[in-house]
Design a protein around this ligand. Structure first.
Ligand SMILES: Cc1ncc(COP(=O)(O)O)c(C=O)c1O
Length: 403
């Protein structure tokens, strides 16, 4: 037996793979090790800030376990959950039957299944800039390339449709639409959504409609994109993570739209889903409970979110050299700081962390340019905590810009 001292080589795809929202935690741990308290505003997890899972969902999971539903379940999910998800889509105007619904380990797994099932190595996918970084991370894994289309902070973070059109090539396969949006909090008007569908249809693209924040628009639930055109090839996703306050359960669902043009994609996704056996069984009973039961927690959650969004926008816009578009949904804001010459968004975010113990995420982790000075704040903390945090952000920004 030969013995060598060299480390095991890793795959090149890992070099391309980044997920800034969690990668940055290593820096925060170093700051904590130095004795400073860190306020984590990097991950969008409502549970960490006292927004708790509705009890009837917890009961549903416990009951499922007690009733002995602890074995494998069918790869696309238990029938009850698939039917509940299909009925929920139908109630939102999307004509989809339960056999076109899969229960997944969060929206994340649905995204990965769809991109893996549809996009080949070397092909391209339109993703918004800024984007939720899982899309680019999965594309890195499968050897495909993101083509960023601009969303414009001077226009309420709406997509720039001309720029989007200019990004389409013969290799483009799919259009990712995150609406309501993370990281910007934007909600798109119907006219924009119809225009996006029109562009996708013109170029033969499948739309991946990420609707994980669909019920967290402050003005109430946003209609599903597929409801605008049931014949368009649209795959829709959501989960229990955000609007049902159970992100750790890894329970979500996807609907492969009723267009027969999606039949091969549905077959491919189901084939891939077989290989990962199933998503966690007991949590699927909570999907049924969530989609057929009481949703009143969402009313108070939306109100709390709107309050925090207003506070955040007001406080950030009062800081010299900083601006912030008011979010219309979810719990993220994407402010912009005017960077001194030569400085990057990473310098600002790491400086804020090291100086004040406030952990945010640099915009370049979501695909914006390093020199544009965007960063993302998760504003789920209490008003009192946010007040103190924004004072720290103001103090640090003054120091950073004058240095
Ligand atoms: C836009 C978007 N899509 C998908 C996800 C992943 O959610 P899930 O927990 O359902 O996998 C997130 C999580 O933050 C998100 O913001």
């Amino acid at each position: 037996m030969s013995v060598t001292a060299s480390a095991i080589r890793t795959a090149q795809r890992v070099d391309r793979f980044t997920y800034a929202i969690r990668n940055i935690v290593a820096e925060a741990k170093k700051v904590e090790a130095g004795g400073k308290k860190v306020r984590y505003l990097n991950i969008g997890d409502p549970n960490q800030f006292g927004f708790l899972t509705p009890p009837h969902l917890i009961e549903a999971v416990i009951k499922a376990m007690r009733d002995g539903h602890n074995g494998y379940v069918p790869s696309p999910g238990i029938v009850e959950a698939r039917e509940a998800a299909a009925a929920d889509f139908v109630a939102r105007g999307v004509n989809v039957s339960a056999d076109r619904v899969l229960i997944t380990s969060g929206t994340s797994e649905g995204i990965e299944l769809a991109l893996t099932g549809i996009v080949d190595e070397g092909e391209e996918v339109l993703v918004p800039s800024p984007t939720y970084p899982l899309y680019t991370a999965v594309l890195a894994k499968i050897g495909a390339t993101p083509a960023y289309y601009r969303t414009d902070h001077t226009n309420d973070w709406q997509p720039d449709l001309d720029h989007l059109r200019s990004q389409i090539t013969a290799k483009t396969r799919a259009l990712v639409v995150i609406d309501p949006n993370n990281p910007t909090g934007a909600v798109y008007p119907d006219a924009t959504r119809r225009a996006l569908i029109g562009i996708a249809e013109q170029h033969g693209l499948v739309i991946l409609a990420d609707e994980v924040y669909g019920d967290l628009s402050y003005d109430g639930p946003v209609p599903a994109m597929a409801a605008l055109d049931n014949d368009a090839p649209i795959i829709s996703y959501s989960s229990l993570s955000k609007a049902y306050l159970a992100p750790g359960w890894r329970a979500g669902w996807m609907a492969v739209g009723s267009s027969p043009r999606l039949d091969p994609a549905l077959a491919a996704i189901k084939k891939l889903a077989d290989g990962r056996l199933c998503s966690p069984g007991p949590m699927q009973y909570a999907v049924t409970a969530a989609l057929t039961g009481d949703r009143s927690h969402q009313v108070s959650f939306r109100k709390e979110l709107r309050d925090r969004a207003e506070l955040t926008t007001k406080r950030i816009n009062a800081i010299p050299g900083m601006s912030c578009v008011m979010p219309k949904s979810a719990f993220y804001a994407m402010p912009k700081v005017d960077l001194p010459p030569g400085k990057k968004d990473t310098d600002f975010v790491l400086g804020l962390l090291r100086s004040k113990g406030v952990l945010t995420v640099y915009g370049s982790g979501f695909g914006t340019a390093l020199e544009d000075g965007f960063f993302r704040i998760v504003f789920l903390a209490s008003r009192q905590e946010l007040d103190a945090i924004y004072q720290d952000v103001a103090d640090f920004t003054a120091q950073f810009r004058s240095a």
